[in-house]
Write a protein that binds this ligand. Structure first.
Ligand code: SF4
Length: 553
């Protein structure tokens, strides 16, 4: 069956010339990273549009019009067209500086004119001229305005520009047909300015496959946005202008800029308005709903259309026994290793035998050839770890723990652990969804309706690093006390004060900067969760030969 090819988007010509991989990510995989920069950039652009006829585009005869080429191969919006002497002159408005020193250059076998316009901008303005000419309009001139240089540069029509556009259209269609993504640029300055750097991870990939010696620092090391927690029953979140307004019965009203909120977490009976939900969806945030006791019940995010190819690889890959088993072994090994490290660093008793036991258990995993025996090894390691968890508590600590228990938790530490793991599940669910995965379909935890199995898989190595260590700090530093809990019907539960303290401590922990053991740069734990999801994606799509979760020493 023949596949109809959609017209290439005008804007895509720009990305294609900038970097072929960028084009592939944006227009074949339809990925786009929302950050504070992109939200603000969009707002500025919209403001410029409102103001444009009054300044630069003064006298523009047609603005913001969408054109389709007669041959059906190209379409796109032209921001501004002037009509002078029966000529149509498209004008492209750019934020940056013009090209200072143009050189003679051949791109896609076409010799480009030597003018002060960047190659990618030239592709865009040439595309606009192509659209106008193909619709029978006279167009022998285009202009590119560079705001930072305050210069309007003429681009005179010549037939080579049509050839350039045609070649780009052919290349763009070729990429749409082929399933192989172009490789990332190596040590290119373009990557530093690229909005999809964190999706593409060029330096990390090139480092692992040994094409570069040192990955450049990941920017930003922390996610742009924060998390808005609302834990008071009867609370309400709504949208007021550019802010989210939060009202709770105990604390009244407060406001936070919407662009600064990446996720909203609602615990118990908290209302949220449709306008607030829409705003979150618009800037690709998520909303999580927890029960009063901290159980993650569901999440809201935008339409899941992103990266269908990755989800296809996920569903197929996790059904391949070898891939499933190998990934499961890696995360269980990493979890035991991290549990051992936490005990070694914080245990106040002689734990020599315990540490040896954990090391041996971890080593035996190498020879495991099925998931059931792997679960057995995980279970005996967990039992040892929890038996010894109490050795990490200070002598003066008023809490104790003799083992892990839940539903209901029998002691205060178990109550906090369950709540903390729910927060970690939410963080991993968001990270996996952002990478384009379905967080319900995992490789180690059995798939059960309503259970985010993949999030539970990926967070295993992070339980000791993030949640257990947070709790140790909370109780050892006496930030939390017995009065912060209630005992009810044989179970121990966190009161409101305990939840607030845990949320604050958890947020502090996931915001902490750590040095990545492989890449050497610093990033926060929460950024690390996203990095892990993306590295696993690269493994599943064949861009990386293996995936190894984080372990600390
Ligand atoms: S980060 Fe670099 S290689 Fe990746 S899409 Fe952007 S410019 Fe291309």
């Amino acid at each position: 069956m023949s596949q109809e090819i959609e017209p290439v988007e005008l804007r895509a010509l720009n990305e294609l010339v900038y970097c072929e991989r960028l084009y592939y990510l944006m227009y074949v995989q339809r990925l786009f990273e929302t950050s504070i920069d992109t939200i603000e950039g969009k707002k500025k652009h919209e403001k410029r549009k409102e103001n444009s006829p009054k300044n630069l585009l003064d006298g523009a005869d047609i603005s913001h019009t969408t054109l389709y080429s007669k041959d059906g191969k190209l379409c796109g919006r032209v921001d501004s067209i002037k009509n002078e002497d029966e000529q149509y002159i498209p004008i492209e408005d750019k934020n940056g500086k013009m090209l200072e020193y143009p050189l003679e250059k051949t791109l896609f076998d076409v010799e480009l004119p030597k003018i002060n316009v960047w190659d990618n901008d030239l592709a865009q303005i040439a595309g606009q001229m192509y659209l106008l000419r193909s619709n029978g309009h006279e167009c022998n001139l285009g202009k590119v305005y560079y705001r930072a240089s305050n210069r309007l540069i003429d681009v005179t029509y010549e037939p080579t520009l049509d050839t350039f556009v045609t070649k780009l259209i052919d290349k763009a269609n070729e990429f749409k047909r082929c399933k192989k993504m172009p490789e990332p640029l190596v040590d290119s300055e373009k990557c530093v300015r690229c909005s999809l750097n964190f999706i593409c991870l060029p330096d990390e990939q090139n480092f692992i496959v040994k094409k570069t010696d040192e990955p450049r620092r990941l920017y930003p090391g922390r996610p742009d946005g924060g998390i808005l927690y609302v834990i008071s029953n009867g609370g309400k979140v709504s949208k007021e202008g550019d802010n989210f307004s939060v009202w709770t019965p105990d604390e009244g009203k407060s406001c936070v800029p919407a662009k600064d909120v990446e996720h909203i977490c609602l615990f118990g009976n908290v209302q949220i308005t449709t306008q607030a939900i829409r705003e979150m969806i618009r800037h690709e945030g998520t909303i999580s709903y927890f029960s009063t006791s901290g159980y993650l019940e569901g999440m809201t995010s935008g339409i899941v259309t992103k990266n269908i190819f990755l989800r296809q690889k996920q569903f197929l890959g996790f059904n391949v026994p070898n891939i499933r088993l190998n990934l499961s072994k890696k995360i269980v090994e990493a979890k035991i290793e991290n549990q051992r490290t936490l005990l070694r660093r914080n245990g106040k008793a002689d734990l020599g035998e315990t540490l040896k036991f954990l090391k041996n258990t971890s080593k035996q995993i190498d020879n495991t050839d099925n998931l059931d025996s792997l679960r057995g090894f995980e279970g005996i390691a967990a039992q040892k770890y929890w038996e010894n968890f109490g050795t990490m508590l200070n002598d003066s600590c008023e809490f104790n723990i003799t083992g892990r228990n839940k539903r209901p938790p029998k002691d205060e530490i178990n109550a906090i652990l369950s709540y903390g793991y729910s927060l970690l599940t939410r963080d991993f669910s968001a990270a996996l969804a952002t990478a384009g995965f379905d967080y319900m379909f995992g490789f180690y935890h059995a798939v059960v309706a309503g259970r985010p199995a993949f999030s539970l898989d990926m967070m295993e190595p992070y339980r000791p690093l993030v949640v257990d260590s947070t709790i140790l700090r909370l109780v050892n530093e006496k930030q939390i006390s017995k009065e912060d809990f209630v005992v009810f019907d044989g179970g121990v539960y966190m009161a409101q004060a305990a939840k607030k303290k845990l949320l604050t401590a958890y947020e502090r922990r996931v915001d902490e900067m750590i040095t990545h053991p492989k890449f050497g740069y610093r990033l926060s734990y929460r950024r690390m969760f996203m990095l892990e999801a993306k590295l696993l994606a690269k493994y599943l799509t064949g861009e990386l030969p293996e995936y190894s979760p984080l372990t600390t020493r």
